[in-house]
Design a protein around this ligand. Sequence first.
Ligand SMILES: NC(=O)c1ccc[n+]([C@@H]2O[C@H](COP(=O)([O-])OP(=O)(O)OC[C@H]3O[C@@H](n4cnc5c(N)ncnc54)[C@H](OP(=O)(O)O)[C@@H]3O)[C@@H](O)[C@H]2O)c1
Length: 276
Amino acid sequence: MKTKTLAFIGGGNMASAMINGLIEDGTDPAHILVAEPNQARREQLAVRFGIRTLEDNSEVARQADVLILAVKPQALEAVAKDLSPALQQQAPLCLSIAAGIRHASLQAWLGEDVPVIRVMPNTPAMLGAGASGLYAPGDINETQRELAEHIIRATGIAVWLDDESQMDALTAVSGSGPAYFFLFMEAMQNSAIKLGLPEKTAHLLVLQTALGAARMAMESASDLTDLRNSVTSPGGTTEAALNIFSNGGLAQLVDQALTGARDRSISLSESLGGDE
Ligand SMILES: NC(=O)c1ccc[n+]([C@@H]2O[C@H](COP(=O)([O-])OP(=O)(O)OC[C@H]3O[C@@H](n4cnc5c(N)ncnc54)[C@H](OP(=O)(O)O)[C@@H]3O)[C@@H](O)[C@H]2O)c1
């Protein structure tokens, strides 16, 4: 895999996160290519990562073994249709990371014979700590699946979904999820400052607590309920806080928020599905 050319169409935030993760994992920057319309961004990417950048999407597609479509969902239909002629001979394996764009739309825009896999990454990919979901229809062969999984595993964990509709749920959980934790940490930090801790101390304590809790949950054999119960003494401080969360409807609020994100993913798909 390390000798294959991995090319990105669009060199924005998510492409940068993935490139960082891939290089950290040992991918040779000489095998990474990015098509990006913005000249300043092309220069930034070339300097930051030591990769090749070009302006022309089709030229990049012609050089790719694996082509990662990393433009905004709203731009993808036009970009994919423009790329289609370049993909007709020796089509590279295409991975689309666009939120909410269905496989059928991608296939129609890129061309029926182009192998396409949907991937939903998240930004911790930049640290190799990403969580990505992959979906491919039955005609994608085992070698192509392994290649996609190998690339995505360089940026964190990768899970395959059996049913494309699960992508909407995964987008709501892990695609958008980092922002939920940032929001919760921000709220904890603000409260800690209000309770009298210096800002830097509050920040550090909140971040280390989040990291420690996530690591405990990852590394422990106990489930989340047992872990929570094990640090909640009857009548203690943790119980006082948890009761307030519970009485305030935290679980229902989280459920509403994730359902809202899932529904937005579905409505984006419906509005961006094009006329295929
Ligand atoms: N950010 C996340 O957390 C996240 C998570 C999961 C999935 N995604 C998916 O990742 C994709 C990219 O998101 P992002 O946050 O990285 O957006 P972004 O930062 O705006 O990156 C998109 C890049 O594509 C460039 N671009 C625009 N038109 C183009 C064209 N015709 N050809 C080639 N490149 C073009 C943009 O350049 P200009 O700035 O000059 O327009 C920009 O550099 C989206 O489809 C999104 O759904 C993002």
